[in-house]
Each structure stands twice: as structure tokens, then as C-alpha cells.
Design a protein. Structure first.
Length: 404
């Protein structure tokens, strides 16, 4: 039998989908599982977006589009991203439409680092697991920068200064953040930019897919800091704001890298879905009432789940600044039930209480001295949140007695 490549064998994954497979297997056995695993809105795409897709289908929008996307979407996305970011001068020709925002993570690494040369990419830890996976598989060196609970899950800019070397080529930032819900403030981003101004060889990949789901004041991008715009690859998309995860539409902007990203798309996907692109035009240009209603619902659920979690024995939970995730500390809960770590806690909670979460190790190596954490996606109904957190509390109380 022929062997597979070492590169393919080393390719990482997104554990949310691994755990989802566990959940589905238990559900097929008839188990009642409440899942908080997958980070996607639990709403349908807005009606006007669905209708735009139907019009596109009936209007014969079935073929290939230019690799960078249809002009109408590039123009709409340029206006949208500029308006969300203080009027920075994003032009339609700077925008590239992808089949979701995720592929651009790889394209950014491929466009800024050389395979096997020792080029380094700094990325947040904990963080979206595809960052580290794509850094490794594309032959760069992953350099994690640790996020700290005491800093609302941000990092010390002085630590960034220590990590940057002459081989650093790319810094990945994500705000609002998956998995913690942390939101970098304008002051923090200005401090980060001040560090980067001393290192002009470093590009910045700003993963801002949750930009419309920032709850603590107005969203601010590092691209808005004077002198940073041309170095920042802004990544946004339709998935989270308009509940279009399966439609696979991301849009990215950078005046220098746009032609390279377009070429990568030509080499891989050819183009994003023609139909989905027209739906995204309507999502951006059409009424925003549904998107605003979804944001308000997430905001209310955030406060609801944080309040409940802070009543669970052995659990503490900060109020996140955005997205739809909470990152409760379960160190004391693990001790109470005799769980060896957060992953042991997660497995027992799933199999014994029917509640599905993700553990901190699904998002990178555990940060030294930070204890044990799990991630809830609160893109779920209030009823599911109440029942799921209630089961978690009962599970801890019940097993504390056994462990005593």
C-alpha cells in the first residue's frame, strides 16, 4: 500500500467536529444530549437573504465567477468593512471573496512565509485550532502567545515584544475571540501596534469574523491604527453576522495581498459559490433587522449563561466582550469530582450527564498557571442553556459527594 505524506499525517483538525461526532453517536443510541459544541448561530439566514439566493438560482447564476468574487459583492464588502472600521480606505479591488473565511488562514500563511525556512507565525493560545494546524502543515514555525484570564483573555504587549524575532513573518489576532469571547480594546490594539512598528517585517492577520458581535462599545480594528492599514489582512464574512455558516462566504481585504489571495483561490476553489455570493450582496445591502435581532439575542444569552455558570459549584466565569462563547474556569469543579483535568471533566459530563462541551486542550496547549477551562457556545436557546447548566451543576454536586 502506498504511504501518505508526512504533511498529511501531521495535519490537525477542529475538535468541535470530532466531539460533534461523539454527540451524534450517543444521540443515535437514544441518549438525550444537550450540545454547546459548535460555534454557529442557531438562527436561519434572514428571509431576504434566502429569497436573494432563490432569485439567483432562477436567474441562472450557476456558473463560475471571477476568483476574487463578483464585482457587486466586492463593492458591497468594501463599503461594509470600511464602514465598520472607521472609514479606512478599503477599495473593491482590495477585497477577495472566499469560500468562507477559513481558507484565507492558509492563504495568509502561504503568502507571508516560506516552507521550511524557519519563518515564524505568532498566534493566540488558546485559539482557533486551525491557526496552529495551518502554520505547521505549511512549513512555518508556530509561536503561541498565551492569553490570560486576569487580562480578560488578552496578552501583555511586552510578551509580544519578547516573542518577535527576525524570523517572525505573521501575527494572528482574533477579536472578538474564539474560544474565550475576549475582545481586544482600542487601547490594547494601539499598544500592540506600537510594538509592531518596531518590526516592519511582520504582517498581521486580523481575524474579525465576529466583528458585528462585539458587546463592549464600538468595534475597533488594528487596521484603524495609523500606519497599520497596509500591513493588516482583514478577515470577515457572512457566517456569524447573518447566520450563513453553510453558505461559505468570507471576504478579506488587503491592498498588497489581494492579488496573491486571488491566485490561491484560482489554484484551489476556483471561486466561491455564485449563488451564495448574490445572497451575501443582499445580506450586506439589505435590511439589517434580523442581524441586529440575532446580536441582541446573543447578548441576552451571554448574560443569562454567565449568571447561571457563576452559581455552579466550583465554577467561575468572566463576562466575555463578544462572539457567542464563554470560557468558564472549572479548576475547582475538577478537584471536587476527582477529574484529572478539563478533558476528563468534559468526557464525564458528556457520558454521565448528557452535556457536550469542548475542553481547553481542544484550542491549544493549556496555558501554564491558568487552571482548567471549558468552552460553551451559547448559540443555543435559553431553555437549552438553563437545562444544560443545570445538569452540569447537578453532576458536580452528585459526584462531589462520591469523591468526598
Amino acid at each position: 500500500m502506498p504511504e501518505i505524506s508526512k504533511r498529511a499525517a501531521s495535519l490537525g483538525t477542529e475538535n468541535a467536529f470530532v466531539v460533534l461526532a461523539e454527540v451524534n453517536a450517543l444521540a443515535r443510541q437514544g441518549r438525550d444530549i444537550i450540545s454547546f459544541c459548535i460555534g454557529q448561530p442557531d438562527f436561519p439566514a434572514p428571509d431576504n437573504v434566502q429569497e436573494a439566493a432563490i432569485r439567483a438560482i432562477k436567474g441562472g447564476k450557476h456558473g463560475y465567477t471571477p476568483s476574487a468574487g463578483i464585482d457587486e459583492l466586492r463593492e458591497a464588502a468594501a463599503r461594509y468593512m470600511s464602514g465598520m472600521r472607521g472609514g479606512i480606505p478599503i477599495r473593491a479591488e482590495d477585497v477577495v471573496v472566499g469560500a468562507g473565511a477559513k481558507p484565507v488562514i492558509a492563504y495568509a500563511i502561504l503568502s507571508t512565509t516560506d516552507y521550511g525556512s524557519g519563518d515564524e507565525v505568532i498566534y493566540p493560545n488558546p485559539g482557533f485550532p486551525i491557526y496552529e494546524s495551518q502554520i505547521l502543515v505549511n512549513g512555518a514555525k508556530p509561536v503561541p502567545i498565551h492569553l490570560h484570564e486576569a487580562r480578560n483573555f488578552s496578552f501583555d504587549p511586552a510578551e509580544l515584544e519578547r516573542l518577535i524575532t527576525p524570523k517572525t513573518r505573521l501575527l494572528i489576532l482574533n477579536y472578538p475571540h474564539n474560544p474565550t469571547g475576549g475582545l481586544l480594546s482600542r487601547k490594547e490594539l494601539e499598544q500592540i501596534a506600537a510594538v509592531l512598528k518596531n518590526h516592519p517585517q511582520v504582517w498581521i492577520y486580523a481575524d474579525e469574523i465576529y466583528s458585528r458581535l462585539a458587546y463592549s462599545g464600538e468595534f475597533f480594528s488594528i487596521a484603524q491604527v495609523p500606519g497599520m492599514y497596509e500591513r493588516v489582512l482583514i478577515s470577515d464574512g457572512a457566517s456569524k453576522t447573518w447566520a450563513m455558516t453553510g453558505w461559505r462566504i468570507g471576504f478579506t481585504s488587503n491592498p498588497v495581498l489581494a492579488p496573491l489571495l486571488t491566485r490561491w483561490i484560482t489554484n484551489t476553489d476556483s471561486c466561491a459559490s455564485h449563488i451564495s455570493q448574490w445572497a451575501a450582496v443582499e445580506a450586506i445591502n439589505g435590511p439589517q433587522g434580523a442581524a441586529q435581532a440575532m446580536k441582541q439575542s446573543f447578548f441576552e444569552r451571554r448574560d443569562f449563561i454567565v449568571g447561571l455558570l457563576n452559581q455552579v459549584p466550583g465554577v467561575t466565569c468572566q463576562v466575555p466582550g463578544g462572539a457567542f462563547y464563554v470560557w468558564p474556569n472549572v479548576t475547582e469543579a475538577c478537584r471536587r469530582i476527582g477529574a484529572s483535568d478539563s478533558e476528563d471533566f468534559r468526557k464525564r459530563l458528556l457520558n454521565e450527564a448528557g452535556v457536550a462541551l469542548l475542553a481547553d486542550i481542544h484550542f491549544g496547549t493549556r496555558v501554564p498557571g491558568e487552571g482548567q477551562h471549558v468552552r460553551f457556545s451559547y448559540a443555543a436557546s435559553k431553555q437549552a442553556i438553563e437545562q444544560g447548566v443545570g445538569r452540569m451543576a447537578d453532576f458536580i454536586r452528585k459526584n462531589t459527594k462520591k469523591a468526598a
